[in-house]
Write a protein of this length. Structure first.
Ligand code: NAD
Length: 255
């Protein structure tokens, strides 16, 4: 008699064409999961998906309601239940308040906040089938304020609160919702806004004295997706080298 093969676990990872999302898709695939890799950058996504076993690339702009509806239709048709949704797609735009036009503000909110709301709402029925998990990617910028991040930081703080709302309401469906707040990682997103001065300042302020890697953030995400985190919901896990723990981080007080 041939042994019965278990149905693979399934996940949707947004912003999966590169950076933290790609590392997360790769790690989940390595755990034997089937991953729908969602991104709006079609060319980069196609190439990235070729390196992730059994992945299903889906081109989608998470800030666009119709695009999200088509993506959710495909996931529903092809997957039949979802064990995890990782809302990772994000954009960064640093500017002083006075220079943050409403258009720039909206652009950040559209992906970082609206995207998390739209994708989670569209895939909740699929998650409910398997009592799955939502992992939203916020940022240390959503936990601590800084200059230049009025839009980015506010969008990420809102993602933290959205996670709590989801945990409380969707818990009744057996769906867990948690948040990972990464510290700095040398991805395309970060390198576009981190000057050499910002990089040096981060090293000073972070107890572990370095940037994190995509893999390190992905490990935290995958833990929260997995059954190992079965009783954890409504939490924010800062994967940040200790940045969130530092209070009075004055360089003059350091050795
Ligand atoms: N890199 C860091 O230092 C850092 C720190 C804290 C939080 N984060 C967060 O981690 C997440 C991933 O960031 P990253 O550093 O890997 O960035 P990245 O720029 O390397 O990757 C982001 C991916 O999201 C995709 N994307 C952007 N807008 C989209 C949209 N509207 N629809 C679909 N796809 C979209 C991009 O095409 C890209 O592939 C983001 O939410 C970011 O805010 C990053």
């Amino acid at each position: 008699m041939t042994p019965k093969t278990a149905t693979p676990k399934t996940a949707v990872v947004t912003g999966a064409a590169r950076g933290i999302g790609l590392a997360t898709a790769g790690l989940l695939a390595g755990m034997g999961w089937r991953v729908a890799m969602v991104d709006r950058d079609a060319d980069v996504l196609e190439l990235a998906a070729q390196g992730v076993p059994d992945a299903v690339p889906i081109v989608c702009d998470v800030s666009d309601e119709d695009s999200v509806a088509s993506m959710a239709y495909r996931v529903t048709r092809d997957f039949g239940g979802l064990d995890a949704l990782v809302n990772n797609a994000g954009v960064a735009d640093f500017a002083p308040i006075a220079e943050t036009t409403f258009a720039r503000w909206r652009q950040v909110m559209a992906t970082n906040l609206d995207g998390v709301f739209l994708v989670s709402q569209a895939l909740t029925p699929e998650l409910a089938i398997r009592r799955g998990a939502i992992v939203n990617i916020a940022s240390i910028s959503g936990l601590r304020a800084s200059t230049l991040r009025v839009a980015y930081g506010t969008s990420k703080a809102a993602v933290v609160q959205l996670t709590l709302q989801q945990a409380v309401e969707l818990g009744e469906l057996g769906i867990r919702a948690n948040c990972v707040a990464p510290g700095p990682v040398r991805t395309k997103l970060a390198m576009a806004v981190h000057s050499p001065e910002i990089i040096a300042a981060y090293h000073d302020a972070i107890p572990l004295n370095r940037y994190g890697s995509e893999q390190e953030i992905a490990e935290a995400i995958c833990f929260l997706c997995s059954d190992k985190a079965g009783y954890i919901t409504g939490q924010v896990l800062a994967a940040d080298g200790g940045f969130q723990a530092t209070g009075i981080g004055l360089p003059a007080l350091r050795g």
